[in-house]
Design a binder for this molecule. Structure first.
Ligand code: C2E
Ligand code: MG
Ligand code: MG
Ligand code: MG
Length: 284
């Protein structure tokens, strides 16, 4: 009868909710531990000049390999970290680690490149965000022009004064600012015009849809808009030659994706840098 069904449904919900609750709690505790025990690391994915194939920069992406649960993707644990406030120490660890790694590669005399890190919207609520980033650069002895931050459109939605102040301060230090996952949020042309944005990253969902007339139209429109506003434009998630060709024809500046390289561990990335240096030497 209806009543029984209702009760069953109630039971199901609580079990489901409890499962979700336990796993969230476990993730939270385990993440705290991982942070303390230094069990997190970064992977690096190159950003490529679409015309020349040259590497222009690299994005640092957070990785967590749990001893029992295995690899947990950032899309799973970052929202939890945001919910419980752990994103603040986590985000700080990412920035400090990325800056030190970039400096290390510069010291090894690989051609210098800009390294970007993803910043959660919640990190902009952090009172001392700008000071923390300045300190990370100082600690690593890295110039600000080799650091880029990737923010999503949600950072800009409310035109929050405090957030804009922080963005301007970071920009004034010489840090590059890009809008990640562009096209999926709500930022207006006004944001792009008035805020200190350097790069627009076209969301992977539009790029992976190529060739498809709707996605072609969207991607072309974003590229034209970026050109008109004198912003750099990068396509995320480029997986095929066809996508690459289309983006080149449309005048997209940079691309990132499995076609060129997946995000890879530091030692693997270093090997790639080493090989490139060798190639370059034999060119001369
Ligand atoms: P994102 O910043 O937009 O990063 C791009 C994601 O697309 C990465 O997933 C990358 O591995 C993946 N990707 C790159 N090229 C391709 C491709 O050709 N095909 C496909 N299918 N995927 C591709 P990942 O590393 O799992 O990260 C997912 C999201 O988690 C990131 O999206 C970012 O929003 C967040 N994230 C990662 N690391 C951090 C971090 O340190 N801090 C914060 N706040 N968020 C992070
Ligand atoms: Mg990103
Ligand atoms: Mg993205
Ligand atoms: Mg994303």
């Amino acid at each position: 009868c209806a009543k029984d069904k209702g009760e069953n449904r109630y039971e199901m919900y609580t079990i489901e909710m409890e499962k979700e609750f336990i796993s969230r709690l476990t993730i939270e505790q385990e993440l705290r531990r991982a942070l303390k025990d230094n069990n997190l690391y970064l992977h690096y994915q190159p950003k490529i000049d679409i015309k020349t194939g040259e590497m222009l920069g690299v994005e640092a992406l957070l990785r967590w390999n749990h001893p029992d649960f295995g690899f947990i993707p950032p899309d799973r644990f970052i929202p939890i970290a945001e919910n419980v406030g752990l994103i603040i120490p986590l985000g700080e660890w990412v920035i400090r680690t990325a800056c030190k790694q970039n400096k290390k590669w510069q010291d090894q005399e690989y051609a210098p490149f800009v390294m970007s890190v993803n910043l959660s919207t919640l990190q902009f609520k952090q009172e001392n965000l700008v000071e923390m980033i300045a300190d990370a650069l100082r600690e690593a002895d890295l110039e600000a022009c080799w650091l880029e931050i990737e923010i999503t459109e949600s950072v800009l939605i409310n035109y929050d004064r405090e957030i804009i102040k922080k963005l301007n301060a970071l920009k004034a230090m010489g840090i590059y600012i890009s809008i990640d996952d562009f096209g999926t949020g709500y930022s207006s042309f006004n944001h792009l015009k008035n805020l200190p944005i350097d790069v627009v990253k076209i969301d992977r969902s539009f790029v992976s849809g190529l060739p498809n007339t709707n996605d072609e139209a969207i991607v072309s429109a974003i590229i034209s808009m970026a050109h008109a506003l004198q912003l750099k434009v990068l396509a995320e998630g480029v997986e095929t030659e066809h996508q690459w060709d289309f983006l080149r024809q449309e005048g997209c500046h940079e691309g990132q994706g499995y076609l060129f390289s997946k995000p890879i561990a530091a030692d693997e990335f270093e090997e790639m840098l080493r090989n490139k240096k060798k190639e370059h030497r034999s060119d001369i």
